[in-house]
Design a protein around this ligand. Sequence first.
Ligand SMILES: [Zn+2]
Length: 482
Amino acid sequence: MSQKVVLERVTLDGAKPFIGYTDQHDPCSEKLYANTGSQAMEWLCNAWRYRFNQLRSNRCKYGKDKTLIPIGGTLDTRSVSQSRKECSWLTAVPSLILESPTRIERVEWFTSVKRRKTLLSKRLKPGRMPRFKSYKRDGQHFICWYNGGRNAVYRQVNRNHGIITITGQNPKGYSQAGEPLRYRILLHVRVSQPIREYTAIQVDWTNRTVVFNNIPLPIRRKPTGKAIGIDRGCAHAAADSNGRFMDLPKNRLKAIDREIRKRQKSQARRVKTAGYFSEKEYANSGRTSRAYWKTRLEITKLHAKSKRILDDVYQKYTTQLVRDNDLIVLENLRLANMSRRNKPVPDPLHEGRYLHNGQAAKRGLNRSLRQASMGRLSSMLAYKTKLADGVGMILVNPAYTSQTCSQCGYVAKENRESQAVFICKKCSYKTNADVNAAKNILKRGLDTLAITSENLWGADGTPVEQGRKTIGNATRESVAVS
Ligand SMILES: [Zn+2]
């Protein structure tokens, strides 16, 4: 979707960019110029964040007496040009940088409002609203639009290096004597593949990276005429109807998990010795130790690491699935329900006490469920099937897929011998339990397809209804079960 490259150095060309007066409010004071690339980058990042927070300060929240008050305290409705006039250090910032927060701030705000609504309706934790961008928390970054080649133009220099040019202009009378008005900021980047068409660049100055926002590439494939059913589970991350399994690198993930738990324990100890009940209370107390923040950062990094590992596995697996099959059938799992905590059971005899609700046993399952992160598989497949030609995805009802015999259709709880083994009590068909479930899922998917394709093509194969989308290019006849 996007390409991330390393930012090696930044150089300046042409005029020196004007970055404001020594005293911002006094236009008679000395003019400041960016003499180095890093000065210019700091300036652009600050300008972008300033504009972003300006827009953010107009968002409202509910005050004490249910009245809406802007989160910045006061409204700041200045436009870009007004801000440029009033803040001397914004005058020379390229407009494609200063305009980009308009859209980005809005998108971030409203997606979060929507996400919170959805989560609340599912009775999950809604998460917090987006805040102001801060130097300390969010680091130094800015976004520059490409806008059909108007700015942030990339060119390849040699096999592994390229230059992104950000151009801008000092207002008249603001350049140093004898210098032109226009300045160019050159971002030297290291690349490993050709840069595809992009719409914007995101410069992360804290981590020295640049991300090109690309238009997603279509997945190239040829029709194979194959259909596959997939069962997601804990023992195997995924099992397919052909009898193959996809497993996560469990040992690596476990090692990371151990490191996380070790640190979480020491955090809890710190909170306890300081005399606080919750970590949040301790973190906000202002008496937090330096070691606490250090460990907290380490934990975040470890979580990110395990996420990257999972991402890699799932990306490869789903792309392969989309390449190899014309139809992919998954069970429609309600993951939020499955990983939810058990309800507390109050003890009727003792007030304020609780009976066992099985949460301790479920905690382990929740953890491994989350680790398998099964939602990722379906969401990745959902967008990848759209990017590729002639692939369809169907979600089917998962009820009894693990108890039904895929050969004779006999349903019984006893069929499932153990977590791994399935033996049919009627026809004594024996197979792996997950593969059996995957076969049932595929069958259900094909049944659904048969119903829709009958509606679409009729008995003689002529289209009955025009304009309705098929599920991929798959028809009842075109997909074969291998
Ligand atoms: Zn059977």
